[in-house]
Design a protein around this ligand. Structure first.
Ligand code: LLP
Length: 425
């Protein structure tokens, strides 16, 4: 069901709350998270992947409330720092349902993971094997997985493709790297290798790369059995499921993905004479992305012979994605109805560089003026989690909407917050 409703007066409601009212009461920019949408997306994954573990990738966005919703909906969590891990566990998230990732885990990451009893540590490089084994206490056994790069190039942008061999993550299937690491892992009495992991990339809209990954990982499982007599029981396919940022964009349907992956897994395992391992998936963006919307206020407009610039009170500090990956969004005027015809606009931020562009060449009413509100949908993933305080602009607040009411989850970063860290003179 559509939770975003536009009323005839031009006001946009999310979760039963008018976005312009939230802009008034919380100021702008303001990030709004639709609790029911997050929960629905979690449930859609649970339904699509029965018998599998679905771990929300916390890097997309995490705050205490979101961790709590995800936990209540029965998902696990994928974290990649002590910070994400501690936030989740202090919110009551069961540590055994959490996976720790990272190509360069800090001593603190590992200490925190072992202290809190994280469910799995995903080993990302050969050097980590001895390092983690040495950190595990006597008589204890930490469950680990091994991240491999299956030699697949997939994903919406070169910067988020992680399945090919020549990059910083994981162990390559080529040249026996992954096999060698498995042999070493199996010889570690304080580690228990439960399975294999891969993450192909992000914003993938096609199921085929996942099917190829299943075949290659099952192949490695078969070689592991042949070489060591060990049958690995888990296969983690990572996340990366693409979503639509604009009407008409392609998205990856979790149900279709689940169907095809399960069929491929069954077939590959039957072919290899292996039992079907427990499947794990790690969607981030697909859970929180579409549940978020950001509201900005227009501060200035300017026409050049080439372009119509609409400048808002946020920008690359709260959403670095257009600058980093050239992502396209669909901003819209909210809070009033305009009878003016559309005009191609360039929505820019307030920061001191020309590359601070939020949306290029998008239709907006030609009478957009300072004081107007613009909403940018699909803002729930990789905006605030990647936000900075560039130009000493405080990071925006997060407000949850549910059943017609808004509630503040994360307050705005103040100048006092920013100055508190500046302790020298
Ligand atoms: N699992 C692992 C091991 C990952 O590294 C990631 C994302 C995910 C799961 C979740 O991927 P998702 O389902 O959210 O695509 N900042 C970029 C995306 C970076 C993704 C990093 N890893 C962006 O804004 O597009």
């Amino acid at each position: 069901p559509a939770r975003t409703v536009e009323r005839p007066d031009g006001r946009l409601y999310v979760g039963g709350v008018a976005l312009d009212e939230l802009a008034e009461s919380h100021g702008t920019p303001v990030y709004v998270l639709d609790e029911a949408e997050v929960r629905d997306r979690c449930r859609a994954y649970r339904d699509a992947f029965p018998g599998a573990d679905v771990h929300y990738a916390a890097k997309a966005f995490l705050c205490r409330a979101l961790a709590h919703w995800v936990e209540e909906e029965g998902l696990g969590l994928d974290v990649c720092s002590a910070g994400e891990l501690e936030l989740a566990v202090t919110t009551g998230f069961p540590p055994e349902r959490i996976l720790l990732h990272g190509n360069a885990k800090s001593p603190e990451d590992l200490r925190t993971a072992l202290r809190l009893g994280v469910g799995r540590i995903v080993i990302d490089s050969p050097a980590e094997i001895a390092r983690i084994a040495a950190a595990v206490g006597p008589g204890e056994r930490q469950r680990v997985m091994l991240r491999v790069t299956p030699g697949i190039s997939a994903g919406g942008h070169a910067k988020v493709r992680t399945g090919s061999d020549d990059q910083k993550f994981g162990l390559s299937l080529r040249d026996g790297h992954a096999q060698h690491a498995i042999a070493r892992l199996l010889g570690q009495p304080r580690l228990r290798l439960t399975g294999l992991h891969c993450h192909l990339g992000s914003q993938i809209t096609d199921v085929k790369p996942y099917l190829v990954a299943v075949r290659r990982l099952v192949g490695l499982m078969a070689r592991t059995r042949d070489a060591h007599g060990v049958v690995l029981s888990e296969l983690d396919l990572g996340g990366g499921h693409g979503i639509a940022y604009r009407p008409g964009d392609r998205a990856l349907d979790p149900a279709a993905l689940a169907r095809r992956v399960r069929a491929e897994l069954a077939e590959s395992c039957a072919g290899a004479g292996l039992p079907v391992p427990r499947l794990i998936v790690e969607p981030g963006r697909a859970i929180s992305g579409p549940a978020g919307v950001v509201v900005y206020r227009v501060l200035a407009v300017k026409a050049t012979p080439e372009r119509f610039f609409v400048a808002v009170d946020g920008g690359m500090s709260d959403n670095p994605r257009p600058a980093l990956y050239g992502v396209r969004y669909a901003p819209r005027l909210i809070g009033r109805r305009s009878a003016a015809g559309p005009r191609r606009a360039t929505v820019v931020g307030r920061h001191c560089e020309a590359g601070d562009v939020l949306a290029e060449d998008v239709p907006l009413p030609s009478d957009v003026r300072p004081g107007d509100l613009l909403a940018v949908p699909v803002a729930g993933a990789y905006h605030l989690s990647m936000a900075s305080s560039y130009n000493l602009v405080g990071r925006p607040p997060v407000v949850a909407v549910a059943a017609g009411a808004g509630r503040l989850l994360v307050r705005r970063e103040t100048q006092a917050d920013l100055r508190a860290r500046d302790v020298g003179l």
